[in-house]
Design a protein around this ligand. Structure first.
Ligand code: FE
Length: 190
């Protein structure tokens, strides 16, 4: 069966399965475990369901690799854009926009919270330069104008905490019902 013919949830599930054993850029957990832990942290914080999904899916752009137009190693391959665009086939902006902004959120927090920088993993510090470094003040003010900026900050904090090889990690199946509820069923959606 061609990949695109599978249901959205099956396509996402396949992505998690394919990444199960893949290392995540110098972090001690795989990309799949990292995302599952981020989703679990959002759920434990009683976040709204779209935000739990955003945390769960925030790095799908890493798992899928970069399409041509964003294949630019100088910008960390723009995994936040490729991931959000892929998810927007099926999910509403409350899911996709925090994903799109989660790297901007890191740059924002690095500029505005010294304690946040101190808590970054070594790999996350290394990628900060590729991602553009801490946000300059004018860019930070513009970031605060996004309706999703605070949701993106929340995803980012779970992102940083979701790298613990000893943490209990739910399976992808745990999140299936939530994802099904969030599928975008607007008439204009596919
Ligand atoms: Fe992440």
């Amino acid at each position: 069966m061609h990949d695109d013919a599978a249901s959205p949830i099956e396509q996402v599930a396949a992505l998690f399965a394919s990444q199960a054993g893949q290392a995540y850029f110098g972090e001690p957990v795989s990309v799949a475990v990292h995302m599952l832990q981020a989703g679990a942290l959002a759920e434990a914080a009683a976040a709204p369901e779209p935000l739990v999904a955003a945390a769960l899916l925030h790095d799908v752009g890493h798992a899928r690799g970069a399409p041509r137009e964003h294949d630019d190693h100088q910008t960390d391959q723009r995994h936040e854009e490729t991931g959000a665009t892929w998810l927007a086939q099926w999910f509403p902006p409350t899911v996709t926009e925090p994903v799109r902004l989660h790297v901007a959120a890191k740059r924002y927090l690095c500029a505005t919270e010294p304690s946040y920088v101190a808590g970054l993993s070594p790999a996350s510090v290394r990628s900060l330069t590729l991602q553009g470094g801490p946000m300059p003040p004018d860019e930070a003010r513009a970031f605060e104008q996004s309706p999703y900026w605070q949701a993106a900050l929340a995803v980012r904090r779970w992102d940083e905490a979701a790298k613990d090889p000893a943490a209990p990690t739910p399976t992808f199946d745990h999140f299936r019902p939530l994802l099904v509820r969030l599928l975008d069923r607007r008439p204009s959606a596919r």
